[in-house]
Design a protein around this ligand. Structure first.
Ligand code: GLU
Length: 471
């Protein structure tokens, strides 16, 4: 275990540090911190070769202060009860911080998906869902899973189908899981939402001149060099949008090696190369680095851990040179590493904020499912004709003729536009609130992580008080 405390203990340490800045009764703070319920279940599956194997799965619902609870399901060999409880707790704080009406949850199955065929994964996922249904750990108003490390749209559609088959008469059953394929009541933009949220969050965090001055950088993302660990569901879209924002992604690390090019990496070519060869190893046009951890220590402005927890530790933190650590993964930095980086004057943009884009767009998907109508369906054409009429009046009044390009910008908002603007708004507001809290207590005293926890604690405490539990 990293630095002798468990992952969940680490999250609780962060919590305790922040709780000192509030004056809520100790009992209430304990209630917020504790994991409300968790479940470990085992079940057998028949492998393709006929052998029987026992599968271990978990689901933890960290906080019931708001229902449903929300959080992904991961497939990884690191899954255990402590990890799932820690990740569920992070979901609670994340949802509170970005103002989503959910308690936090997380689930997982201990397996390496590369060891299983597609049909084995389907059987495992369906059986896991069946266990969740039996134990009342899934439902549109109970607990709503989503993708996480090692899972994606396929798993979500198996979960949906299993749930639907067992609740044929429930009108809202399609809202039992998010991150579904578009054709199965998913929402546009969910797949890339975490990566997009990371870039919206970074844009906002890098926009303040005095904050950037403190880390010796210019405001804005333009020209900033970036190293990303992980080129999956989060790292790949994040690197694409970072390049679009004119930052320069110079290094990418995957589990089996890293690639580096000081002149900047072509993200689409790397993605195509990885699809073809199964790996980023030996991508032409870049230097290949055998040990992926080495690249975390490269000279760069922004380091984006976008893979798993406990990647930046007391061991490697002293050698990390990045000015900004952008926590796209959940829990990538250990407590000791956090202190080392802080002492060196680096800016840490915390996970509870920075990777909240995924669950934010999950929220939009859930709302869409509950309302049974796509965003933009009612208003888009009306908006568009109102804008067109306005353009026409301006042309008549001024004699100016808009070009075709200028006219292109006049259109009613469709689902993608609304999802992206809702996500951007969420990220900007949450960051500004974090910043306000830092200024309130003194920016040298309260860092962004602590401020994020303080804000989350306030939100959760308020909703407990609204429930009348702690008058
Ligand atoms: N697994 C993602 C996370 O860690 C998304 C969870 C969700 O959409 O519910 O935030």
């Amino acid at each position: 275990m990293a630095e002798n405390i468990s992952f969940f203990q680490r999250i609780n340490e962060y919590f305790d540090k922040a709780a000192k800045f509030t004056d809520y009764p100790q009992g209430l703070l304990e209630q917020i911190k504790i994991c409300n319920s968790s479940c470990h279940f085992t079940f057998p599956i028949k492998r393709d070769d006929g052998t029987i194997q026992t599968i271990h799965g978990w689901r933890a619902e960290h906080s019931h202060h708001k229902l449903p609870t929300k959080g992904g399901i991961r497939y990884s060999m690191l899954v255990n009860e402590d990890e799932i409880m820690a990740l569920a707790a992070l979901m609670t704080y994340k949802c509170a911080l970005v103002d989503l009406p959910y308690g936090g949850a997380k689930g997982g199955i201990k397996l390496n998906r590369k060891d299983y065929s597609e049909s084995e994964l389907e059987r495992i996922t369906r059986r896991y869902t069946y266990e969740l249904i039996q134990k009342n750990y899934i439902g549109p108003g109970i607990d709503v899973p989503a993708p996480d490390y090692g899972t994606g749209e396929n798993e979500m559609s198996w979960i949906l189908d299993t749930y639907l088959s067992m609740s044929p008469d429930k009108l809202d059953a399609i809202a039992c899981v998010t991150g579904k394929p578009i054709e199965q009541n998913g929402i546009k933009g969910r797949k890339e939402a975490t990566g997009r949220g990371v870039v919206f969050g970074l844009e906002e965090a890098c926009s303040f001149e005095d904050d950037m001055k403190q880390v010796g950088l210019q405001p804005g993302l333009r020209g900033k060099t970036v190293v990303i660990q992980g080129f999956g569901k989060v790292g790949y879209p994040a690197s694409k949008y970072l390049n679009e924002a004119e930052a320069k992604v110079i290094g990418i690390a995957e589990a089996d090696g890293a690639i580096y090019s000081p002149k900047g990496l072509d993200i689409e070519s790397i993605s195509a190369y990885r699809d073809e060869t199964g790996s980023i190893r030996n991508f032409p046009d870049a230097t290949f680095i055998e040990n992926p951890n080495d690249i975390l220590e490269m000279e760069c402005d922004i380091l984006v851990p976008a893979a798993l927890e406990n990647q930046i530790t007391a061991e490697n933190a002293p050698r990390i040179k990045a000015r900004i650590i952008a926590e796209a993964a959940n829990g990538p930095t250990t407590t000791k590493a956090h202190e080392i980086l802080k002492k060196r004057g680096a800016m840490i943009i915390p996970d509870t904020f920075l990777n909240a884009g995924g669950v934010t767009v999950s929220y939009f998907e859930w709302l869409r499912n509950l309302s049974h109508v796509g965003f933009g369906r009612l208003g888009r054409r009306y908006e568009e004709s109102a804008y067109n009429a306005m353009v026409h009046f301006i042309e008549q009044a001024t004699g100016y003729q808009f070009s075709d390009d200028e006219r292109q910008t006049v259109h009613g908002a469709d689902e993608t536009d609304l999802v992206n603007s809702g996500l951007q708004d969420t990220m900007i507001n949450a960051y500004q609130e974090i910043r306000e809290t830092r200024f309130k207590y003194g920016r040298d005293i309260v860092d962004s992580r602590t401020a994020a926890y303080i804000n989350a604690i306030h939100t959760i405490a308020q909703s407990y008080m609204q429930l009348g539990i702690f008058p």
